[in-house]
Structure formats: structure tokens, C-alpha cells
Write a protein that binds this ligand. Structure first.
Ligand SMILES: Cc1cc2nc3c(=O)[nH]c(=O)nc-3n(C[C@H](O)[C@H](O)[C@H](O)COP(=O)(O)O)c2cc1C
Length: 206
């Protein structure tokens, strides 16, 4: 069986597990790294019949802990809305994105603690400052969305969200900057791949 077929079988198995209403663990065959990269898309329509367990979210977030960060500061934090009430409340704080992810069983708010990445003994190391915290947060979230795909899940990173309301809902401390909210679930259909710029538009070799 070639790799694409193997990945198709892998996704089909996950789909069958979801349809039966059970949250069974993923089969042992894993998609290749390239298959994870190319099959990951921003998904804006989720299958309401398929749930994700807290144990699965823990496995996913454990993978993010392998991400590199400035001086291993690990400034990223996650707030997971998986319970019915918190999830419903958080859905009201993502503006027009709600229509896209209303059926997603999990929303994850990502933040980073300021004054850690990009700082040494309380002093800013260079002109980027807390931008390094945002950088580390993006790296961590990148691990999250790729691991999610490897587990057969789908995601939508959302920058359109109400940070003040989310801070109150999850009691997020003031020293944390709220970045993206990430929807997690199973795709309801096949998403399109938006076109990419030509490689020569974004790369210069010297
Ligand atoms: C920082 C960031 C913020 C984003 N915010 C939103 C958003 O609020 N709503 C949305 O539908 N998509 C959002 N997206 C998804 C992008 O539109 C998407 O990644 C891009 O169109 C490329 O498509 P792809 O992810 O399927 O490759 C965001 C992506 C990133 C990285």
C-alpha cells in the first residue's frame, strides 16, 4: 500500500470510530510528516457527531511541549474549553468565526507570559522584546496544529476574537498576552487549499 492510501485508510478508520460515537485511540499506523503538512488545512466546518476526549487533548498539548522556545522559557499557556458551558460561552467570543466552528467540540485559547522570552535577568535582550514570546507561541501552536492532523483532527487558528472577554471567562492573568483561539474537531468536508505565493517571491538565495 502506498503512503497516500495508507493515510486514507488511517483517516477512514478514525472516521468510523467517530461515527460509532466512541473516542477510540488512533491506530498504530501514522501518516508521514509530508502527509501531515499537506493535509492540514484551516477547517471552517466541523462534524457535530464526533467528539474529542480530554485525554486526546492532553496528548495533543503534550506534543506542544517539544517545541523550542527562547532559553527554554516555555512562555505559552493553554486554556481548554471542552465542557459544555465553557465551550458555549467561548463560542460567543470569537466574532464571525462562530459560524465556522460552531460544531467543533473543543476551543483552545493560547497565551504567552510576557517578560520571559526575549528577556535576560529582567532586561529586554534586543529590539524584538516580547515579540519573542509571540514567536514562541506561534511555534507551540504550529506543533499543536500539526500534531492534531497527525491524530486525525482538524483545526482553525482564529485571530478574530475578543481578548478582554476571554480573559474574564478563563481568569487569564494580566501578565499573559492572549493570542489565537484554536478550534479543534473533525472536518465535515474536504477544505480547499488556498494558493501559495511563488517560492521566488519569498526567498532570496545569496
Ligand atoms: C495568526 C492567524 C490568524 C488567523 N485568523 C483567522 C480567523 O480569525 N478566522 C479564519 O477563518 N481564519 C483565520 N486564520 C486562517 C488563515 O486564513 C489560513 O491559515 C490561510 O488562509 C491559509 O489557509 P490554510 O491554513 O488552509 O493553509 C488565521 C491564521 C493565522 C495563522
Amino acid at each position: 500500500m502506498n503512503k497516500k492510501l495508507a493515510f486514507g485508510a488511517f483517516v477512514a478508520l478514525l472516521t468510523m470510530a467517530g461515527c460509532s460515537g466512541k473516542t477510540e485511540s488512533a491506530p498504530t499506523t501514522s501518516p508521514s510528516f509530508d502527509e501531515v503538512l499537506t493535509s492540514r488545512r484551516s477547517v471552517r466546518s466541523y462534524d457535530a457527531t464526533k467528539k474529542i476526549s480530554e485525554a486526546e487533548v492532553r496528548e495533543l498539548l503534550t506534543a506542544t511541549q517539544e517545541a523550542p522556545s527562547w532559553a527554554n522559557q516555555q512562555p505559552t499557556k493553554y486554556y481548554v474549553a471542552i465542557g459544555k458551558e465553557k465551550l458555549a460561552a467561548a463560542m460567543e467570543m470569537i466574532g464571525g468565526n462562530k459560524e465556522r466552528v460552531a460544531e467543533a467540540p473543543v476551543l483552545i485559547v493560547s497565551t504567552f507570559e510576557r517578560g520571559k522570552s526575549g528577556f535576560f535577568q529582567g532586561h529586554q535582550t534586543n529590539e524584538v522584546g516580547d515579540g519573542w514570546g509571540a514567536y514562541d507561541n506561534g511555534l507551540s501552536n504550529c506543533y499543536l496544529i500539526l500534531k492534531a492532523r497527525a491524530m486525525g483532527f482538524d483545526t482553525l487558528i482564529m485571530g478574530m476574537r475578543d481578548a478582554d472577554k476571554l480573559r474574564e471567562l478563563f481568569s487569564i492573568p494580566e501578565n499573559e498576552t492572549i493570542m489565537a483561539v484554536i478550534a479543534l474537531g473533525y472536518r465535515a468536508g474536504e477544505p480547499n487549499r488556498p494558493e501559495r505565493r511563488d517560492l521566488d517571491d519569498i526567498v532570496k538565495f545569496f
